[in-house]
Design a protein around this ligand. Structure first.
Ligand SMILES: Nc1ncnc2c1ncn2[C@@H]1O[C@H](COP(=O)(O)OP(=O)(O)OP(=O)(O)O)[C@@H](O)[C@H]1O
Length: 349
């Protein structure tokens, strides 16, 4: 195959990037089936978040798109082209890892220039790109520092800038925010979103943090046991999970699931689900329970209640009600908010 992919740029300097299509991708490591027939379409310019528990196959998907690993079966298309035979450096994808992977003996500027030197980008052009990327990521005043002279958040910005200078058609971000503390994660998340809006380049972002998945992507793709369980706009997946796995995985605290419906009502052959925010304290509520634990978070409190029949339910409540463990409470499910799943398959009914 001749020629790699290039990041086509449109007039205003934005790069829409290239769409990605995965067809029936499978991959095993020894006896571990990491991917089991993954189909996925990411339109050009979209930011998609892959989310799933540890070991579900998220990083493997990125590695196969990047060409760092080869699939046992299936195809990877970037910009409509089967890239199966292209080595990583010819795929016009830039990957950013959780641990930054910067060269410790090089300054920030040298880290940014290094890859372009290898790819023989002319010097003046390479410097222009490096300074432009540094400005976008707010690290222009760090260019002379070495990685060990920076905070984790600054290092992560350098790692992102190093991806930006490549002007790829696709960004692959493997838990880029996971090593940052909670506060920094939120601000860096906003910066990532802003960067994506500026560049408009197709991005696949991996996380196991469901809050990140809800806030960061145009679409969220829930991966479990090497398969795509559900994909869609985050709110849609949250409101209409296709099965009990997705229902429990997105949302914190997770959805209440009651076999047979029990205190939530329902038919014996079903599992009935209710989000904690859809379970309200109500003095006339039909569900009698006692408070087992209350976690106060400042803006809200999470009540763990044990019903008369032993069922445990969590509810999001007002923190100022000052409920204490042992208090008798009454609860009501907000009408229309119940989810029903098949008890055998776990699928949404
Ligand atoms: N090089 C490897 N050798 C053996 N097994 C591997 C290798 N890479 C991945 N696996 C296995 O493949 C499965 C999927 O791994 P993968 O790293 O894709 O999961 P993940 O969803 O990214 O997990 P995490 O969130 O923990 O990074 C896991 O069971 C993992 O142990």
């Amino acid at each position: 195959m001749s020629g790699g992919l290039t990041g086509a740029r449109n007039g205003d300097g934005r790069s829409g990037g290239a769409g990605i299509r995965l067809e029936k991708l499978s991959k095993s490591y020894g006896r571990v089936r990491a991917l089991d027939g993954v189909d996925l379409d990411v339109p050009a310019g979209e930011l998609v978040t892959l989310v799933g528990p540890s070991g579900s196959g998220k990083s493997t998907i990125l590695r196969l798109i990047a060409g760092l690993d080869r699939p046992d079966g299936g195809r990877v298309l970037v910009g409509g082209q089967d890239v199966g035979e292209l080595p990583p450096h010819r795929r016009s994808v830039a990957m950013v890892f959780q641990d930054y992977a910067l060269y410790p003996h090089l300054s920030v500027l040298e880290n940014l220039l290094f890859g372009m030197r290898v790819r023989k980008v002319p010097r003046a052009e390479a410097r222009r790109r490096a300074h432009d990327a540094a400005a976008r990521l707010g690290i222009s005043d760090l260019l002379e520092r070495h990685p060990d002279q920076m905070s984790g958040g600054q290092r992560q910005r350098v790692a992102l800038a190093r991806a930006v200078v490549r002007e790829p058609s696709v960004y692959l971000l493997d838990e880029p925010l996971a090593s940052l503390d909670a506060q920094l994660r939120i601000t860096t998340r906003a910066d990532l979103l802003a960067l994506h809006r500026q560049l408009g380049t197709t991005t696949v972002h991996v996380t196991h943090d469901q809050a990140e998945a809800m806030t960061l992507g145009d679409r969220v793709v829930v991966v479990h046991e090497g398969r795509v369980r559900q994909e869609g706009p985050p709110q849609e997946v949250y409101d209409e999970p296709v099965d009990t796995f997705v229902a429990r995985f997105l949302g914190s605290p997770p959805m209440n699931l009651v076999a047979g419906g029990g205190v939530l009502g329902g038919e014996p052959e079903t599992i009935v689900g209710l989000r904690p925010e859809d379970l309200a304290l109500d003095a006339d509520g039909p569900i009698e329970a006692s408070a087992e634990a209350v976690e106060t978070l400042g803006n809200e409190a999470v009540l763990l209640a044990r019903c008369l029949d032993g069922t445990r339910l969590t509810a999001r409540t007002e923190p100022r009600l000052r409920i204490r463990p042992g208090d008798a409470v009454r609860l009501r499910a907000i009408p229309g908010r119940l989810h029903r799943f098949d008890a055998g398959t776990g699928r949404r009914l």
